[in-house]
Design a protein around this ligand. Structure first.
Ligand SMILES: [Zn+2]
Length: 281
Protein backbone atom coordinates (compact mmCIF):
# COMPACT_ATOMS: atom_id res chain seq x y z
CA UNK A 1 0.00 0.00 0.00
CA UNK A 2 1.28 3.45 -0.89
CA UNK A 3 1.71 6.34 1.54
CA UNK A 4 2.30 10.06 0.97
CA UNK A 5 3.07 13.08 3.14
CA UNK A 6 1.83 16.65 2.65
CA UNK A 7 3.19 18.90 5.40
CA UNK A 8 1.96 17.35 8.65
CA UNK A 9 -0.72 15.27 6.94
CA UNK A 10 -0.32 11.67 5.80
CA UNK A 11 -2.43 9.95 3.15
CA UNK A 12 -2.39 6.14 3.03
CA UNK A 13 -4.01 3.94 0.40
CA UNK A 14 -5.99 0.82 1.27
CA UNK A 15 -6.92 -1.17 -1.84
CA UNK A 16 -10.00 -3.35 -1.77
CA UNK A 17 -9.53 -4.68 -5.30
CA UNK A 18 -7.76 -4.01 -8.59
CA UNK A 19 -9.63 -4.49 -11.85
CA UNK A 20 -8.15 -4.76 -15.32
CA UNK A 21 -10.78 -7.17 -16.62
CA UNK A 22 -12.86 -4.55 -18.40
CA UNK A 23 -15.93 -6.23 -16.82
CA UNK A 24 -17.50 -2.95 -15.66
CA UNK A 25 -18.08 -0.75 -18.76
CA UNK A 26 -17.19 2.41 -16.89
CA UNK A 27 -16.04 4.49 -19.91
CA UNK A 28 -17.49 3.22 -23.22
CA UNK A 29 -15.30 5.62 -25.26
CA UNK A 30 -12.14 4.12 -23.77
CA UNK A 31 -11.70 1.42 -26.41
CA UNK A 32 -8.21 -0.02 -27.05
CA UNK A 33 -8.08 2.00 -30.31
CA UNK A 34 -8.99 5.29 -28.61
CA UNK A 35 -6.68 4.63 -25.65
CA UNK A 36 -3.78 4.03 -28.04
CA UNK A 37 -3.97 7.74 -28.97
CA UNK A 38 -2.93 8.62 -25.37
CA UNK A 39 0.48 6.92 -25.09
CA UNK A 40 1.36 8.21 -21.58
CA UNK A 41 -1.39 5.99 -20.08
CA UNK A 42 0.97 3.00 -20.39
CA UNK A 43 2.25 1.26 -18.38
CA UNK A 44 0.50 2.40 -15.19
CA UNK A 45 -3.10 2.95 -16.26
CA UNK A 46 -3.76 0.75 -19.31
CA UNK A 47 -2.82 -2.91 -19.90
CA UNK A 48 -0.57 -3.86 -22.86
CA UNK A 49 -3.72 -5.02 -24.72
CA UNK A 50 -5.55 -1.74 -24.14
CA UNK A 51 -7.81 -2.33 -21.12
CA UNK A 52 -8.35 0.19 -18.32
CA UNK A 53 -6.70 -0.59 -14.99
CA UNK A 54 -8.77 0.65 -12.04
CA UNK A 55 -8.42 0.43 -8.27
CA UNK A 56 -11.22 0.32 -5.75
CA UNK A 57 -9.51 1.91 -2.77
CA UNK A 58 -10.01 3.92 0.40
CA UNK A 59 -7.73 6.77 1.49
CA UNK A 60 -6.81 7.25 5.14
CA UNK A 61 -6.04 10.88 6.02
CA UNK A 62 -4.13 11.54 9.23
CA UNK A 63 -3.82 15.17 10.28
CA UNK A 64 -2.16 16.16 13.58
CA UNK A 65 -5.52 15.90 15.35
CA UNK A 66 -7.80 13.74 13.21
CA UNK A 67 -7.96 10.35 11.53
CA UNK A 68 -10.31 10.24 8.55
CA UNK A 69 -11.14 7.75 5.81
CA UNK A 70 -12.39 8.74 2.37
CA UNK A 71 -14.74 6.46 0.38
CA UNK A 72 -15.30 3.04 1.95
CA UNK A 73 -15.27 0.87 -1.20
CA UNK A 74 -17.75 -2.01 -1.81
CA UNK A 75 -17.81 -3.99 1.43
CA UNK A 76 -18.50 -7.61 2.33
CA UNK A 77 -21.81 -9.51 2.26
CA UNK A 78 -23.61 -6.86 0.17
CA UNK A 79 -26.69 -7.61 -1.95
CA UNK A 80 -25.50 -6.42 -5.36
CA UNK A 81 -26.50 -7.14 -8.94
CA UNK A 82 -22.92 -7.28 -10.21
CA UNK A 83 -21.71 -10.81 -9.50
CA UNK A 84 -18.07 -9.83 -8.96
CA UNK A 85 -19.07 -7.37 -6.22
CA UNK A 86 -21.96 -9.26 -4.59
CA UNK A 87 -21.46 -11.00 -1.26
CA UNK A 88 -17.69 -10.36 -1.28
CA UNK A 89 -15.59 -11.85 1.53
CA UNK A 90 -12.41 -9.81 1.57
CA UNK A 91 -10.04 -9.12 4.50
CA UNK A 92 -10.40 -5.34 4.11
CA UNK A 93 -10.75 -4.55 7.83
CA UNK A 94 -7.92 -6.95 8.72
CA UNK A 95 -5.78 -5.09 6.17
CA UNK A 96 -6.78 -1.76 7.75
CA UNK A 97 -5.68 -3.12 11.14
CA UNK A 98 -2.39 -4.33 9.61
CA UNK A 99 -1.75 -0.72 8.58
CA UNK A 100 -2.07 0.15 12.29
CA UNK A 101 -5.61 1.53 12.20
CA UNK A 102 -8.30 -0.05 14.31
CA UNK A 103 -11.77 0.90 12.90
CA UNK A 104 -12.61 2.30 16.35
CA UNK A 105 -9.73 4.80 16.00
CA UNK A 106 -11.27 6.48 12.91
CA UNK A 107 -13.06 9.72 13.87
CA UNK A 108 -14.42 10.77 10.46
CA UNK A 109 -15.79 8.89 7.44
CA UNK A 110 -16.06 10.97 4.26
CA UNK A 111 -18.19 9.84 1.32
CA UNK A 112 -17.47 11.85 -1.86
CA UNK A 113 -20.83 10.52 -3.07
CA UNK A 114 -23.15 7.66 -2.20
CA UNK A 115 -22.48 5.17 -5.00
CA UNK A 116 -22.03 1.47 -4.32
CA UNK A 117 -18.21 1.45 -4.37
CA UNK A 118 -17.84 4.47 -2.06
CA UNK A 119 -20.06 3.54 0.90
CA UNK A 120 -19.72 -0.24 1.29
CA UNK A 121 -17.59 -0.44 4.41
CA UNK A 122 -19.74 2.20 6.11
CA UNK A 123 -21.41 -0.91 7.50
CA UNK A 124 -20.71 -4.55 8.11
CA UNK A 125 -23.06 -7.45 8.71
CA UNK A 126 -23.08 -8.79 12.26
CA UNK A 127 -25.57 -11.53 13.17
CA UNK A 128 -27.62 -10.72 10.08
CA UNK A 129 -27.83 -7.00 10.88
CA UNK A 130 -26.03 -4.04 9.24
CA UNK A 131 -24.04 -2.13 11.86
CA UNK A 132 -21.62 0.83 11.55
CA UNK A 133 -18.05 -0.34 10.87
CA UNK A 134 -16.59 2.86 12.32
CA UNK A 135 -18.67 3.24 15.45
CA UNK A 136 -16.73 6.17 16.90
CA UNK A 137 -16.78 8.20 13.68
CA UNK A 138 -18.96 10.95 12.31
CA UNK A 139 -20.00 10.04 8.77
CA UNK A 140 -19.89 13.25 6.71
CA UNK A 141 -22.20 13.33 3.68
CA UNK A 142 -23.49 16.17 1.52
CA UNK A 143 -27.14 16.83 2.28
CA UNK A 144 -28.28 17.10 -1.37
CA UNK A 145 -26.54 13.79 -2.13
CA UNK A 146 -28.19 12.06 0.82
CA UNK A 147 -31.61 13.44 -0.12
CA UNK A 148 -31.21 12.26 -3.73
CA UNK A 149 -30.30 8.65 -2.90
CA UNK A 150 -32.95 8.42 -0.22
CA UNK A 151 -35.46 8.59 -3.08
CA UNK A 152 -33.57 6.87 -5.95
CA UNK A 153 -32.52 3.24 -6.06
CA UNK A 154 -28.91 2.64 -7.08
CA UNK A 155 -28.72 0.47 -10.25
CA UNK A 156 -26.44 -1.93 -8.40
CA UNK A 157 -28.83 -2.85 -5.58
CA UNK A 158 -30.13 -1.72 -2.17
CA UNK A 159 -27.00 0.34 -1.50
CA UNK A 160 -28.69 3.09 0.52
CA UNK A 161 -30.57 0.56 2.67
CA UNK A 162 -27.52 -1.56 3.45
CA UNK A 163 -24.71 1.01 3.62
CA UNK A 164 -26.19 4.45 4.38
CA UNK A 165 -29.50 4.09 6.26
CA UNK A 166 -27.98 2.03 9.14
CA UNK A 167 -25.34 4.68 9.97
CA UNK A 168 -28.00 7.40 9.70
CA UNK A 169 -30.30 5.49 12.06
CA UNK A 170 -27.38 5.06 14.47
CA UNK A 171 -27.18 8.88 14.63
CA UNK A 172 -23.67 8.99 13.14
CA UNK A 173 -24.35 11.05 9.97
CA UNK A 174 -23.62 14.77 9.61
CA UNK A 175 -25.40 16.23 6.58
CA UNK A 176 -23.36 19.16 5.29
CA UNK A 177 -23.02 21.67 2.45
CA UNK A 178 -20.81 20.80 -0.58
CA UNK A 179 -18.13 23.33 0.47
CA UNK A 180 -17.95 21.99 4.03
CA UNK A 181 -14.77 22.39 6.09
CA UNK A 182 -14.29 18.89 7.51
CA UNK A 183 -11.36 19.71 9.77
CA UNK A 184 -8.25 21.84 9.92
CA UNK A 185 -6.70 21.63 6.42
CA UNK A 186 -9.39 19.34 5.00
CA UNK A 187 -12.40 20.67 3.09
CA UNK A 188 -14.90 19.74 0.39
CA UNK A 189 -14.81 21.19 -3.08
CA UNK A 190 -18.14 20.83 -4.95
CA UNK A 191 -17.70 18.70 -8.11
CA UNK A 192 -21.31 17.91 -9.12
CA UNK A 193 -22.50 16.03 -12.18
CA UNK A 194 -21.51 12.41 -11.65
CA UNK A 195 -24.03 12.62 -8.80
CA UNK A 196 -25.98 15.68 -7.58
CA UNK A 197 -23.99 16.34 -4.38
CA UNK A 198 -20.64 14.94 -5.47
CA UNK A 199 -17.57 16.49 -3.80
CA UNK A 200 -13.80 16.23 -4.03
CA UNK A 201 -11.64 16.45 -0.89
CA UNK A 202 -8.98 19.17 -0.67
CA UNK A 203 -6.07 18.74 1.74
CA UNK A 204 -3.53 21.41 2.70
CA UNK A 205 -0.74 21.41 5.26
CA UNK A 206 2.26 23.70 5.60
CA UNK A 207 1.93 25.01 2.05
CA UNK A 208 1.55 21.57 0.44
CA UNK A 209 -1.72 20.65 -1.25
CA UNK A 210 -3.51 17.56 -2.50
CA UNK A 211 -7.00 16.82 -3.75
CA UNK A 212 -8.89 13.51 -3.91
CA UNK A 213 -11.17 13.54 -6.95
CA UNK A 214 -13.86 11.00 -6.04
CA UNK A 215 -15.59 9.97 -9.28
CA UNK A 216 -15.34 13.43 -10.86
CA UNK A 217 -12.86 11.39 -12.94
CA UNK A 218 -12.74 7.59 -13.03
CA UNK A 219 -9.53 7.14 -14.97
CA UNK A 220 -6.56 9.30 -16.05
CA UNK A 221 -7.67 8.98 -19.70
CA UNK A 222 -10.32 11.59 -18.84
CA UNK A 223 -7.51 14.09 -18.16
CA UNK A 224 -6.69 13.92 -21.87
CA UNK A 225 -10.34 13.41 -22.89
CA UNK A 226 -12.58 15.21 -20.37
CA UNK A 227 -15.54 14.61 -22.69
CA UNK A 228 -15.42 10.81 -22.14
CA UNK A 229 -18.36 10.15 -19.84
CA UNK A 230 -19.60 7.20 -17.84
CA UNK A 231 -23.12 5.73 -18.11
CA UNK A 232 -23.18 5.90 -14.29
CA UNK A 233 -23.33 9.72 -14.38
CA UNK A 234 -26.46 11.33 -13.06
CA UNK A 235 -25.89 14.34 -15.37
CA UNK A 236 -23.10 13.76 -17.92
CA UNK A 237 -23.00 17.31 -19.41
CA UNK A 238 -22.60 18.73 -15.88
CA UNK A 239 -19.98 16.08 -15.04
CA UNK A 240 -18.08 17.01 -18.20
CA UNK A 241 -18.05 20.75 -17.51
CA UNK A 242 -17.07 20.14 -13.87
CA UNK A 243 -14.17 17.98 -15.08
CA UNK A 244 -13.04 20.55 -17.67
CA UNK A 245 -13.15 23.35 -15.05
CA UNK A 246 -11.23 21.19 -12.55
CA UNK A 247 -8.47 20.46 -15.10
CA UNK A 248 -8.15 24.15 -15.99
CA UNK A 249 -8.10 25.08 -12.27
CA UNK A 250 -5.31 22.66 -11.33
CA UNK A 251 -3.22 22.51 -14.52
CA UNK A 252 0.42 23.41 -13.91
CA UNK A 253 -0.31 24.08 -10.23
CA UNK A 254 1.62 22.58 -7.29
CA UNK A 255 -1.39 20.48 -6.23
CA UNK A 256 -1.16 16.67 -6.22
CA UNK A 257 -4.29 15.05 -7.64
CA UNK A 258 -5.39 11.66 -6.29
CA UNK A 259 -7.82 9.69 -8.44
CA UNK A 260 -10.11 7.64 -6.27
CA UNK A 261 -10.11 4.86 -8.89
CA UNK A 262 -6.68 5.56 -10.38
CA UNK A 263 -4.28 2.60 -10.42
CA UNK A 264 -0.89 2.86 -8.74
CA UNK A 265 0.86 5.28 -8.48
CA UNK A 266 -2.65 6.82 -7.91
CA UNK A 267 -1.56 10.47 -7.82
CA UNK A 268 0.22 13.04 -9.96
CA UNK A 269 0.05 16.57 -11.32
CA UNK A 270 -2.21 17.91 -14.06
CA UNK A 271 -0.10 19.38 -16.87
CA UNK A 272 -1.28 21.37 -19.90
CA UNK A 273 -0.71 19.39 -23.10
CA UNK A 274 -1.60 21.39 -26.20
CA UNK A 275 -5.36 21.95 -26.16
CA UNK A 276 -5.86 19.34 -23.46
CA UNK A 277 -4.02 17.91 -20.43
CA UNK A 278 -1.92 14.99 -19.29
CA UNK A 279 -1.13 13.39 -15.95
CA UNK A 280 2.49 13.63 -14.76
CA UNK A 281 3.28 10.87 -12.25
ZN1 LIG B 1 -16.71 4.81 -8.01
Amino acid sequence: MLKWKFGDTTITQLIELKDDSGSVPVLPDATPENLATIPWLKPHFVTPDGKLILNIQMMIIETPDRKMVVDTCIGNDKTLALEAWANMQRPFIDNLKKLGHDPDSIDTVICTHLHVDHVGWNTRKVNGKWVPTFKNARYVMVESEFNHWQHHQDDFGPVFQESVQPVFEAGLVDLVKPDHQVGSGVWFEPTPGHTPGHVSVHIASKGEEAIITGDMMHHPCQIARPDWVTPFDNDSPAAMSTRQAFLERYADKPVTVFGTHFADPVCGKIVKDGKTFRFAV
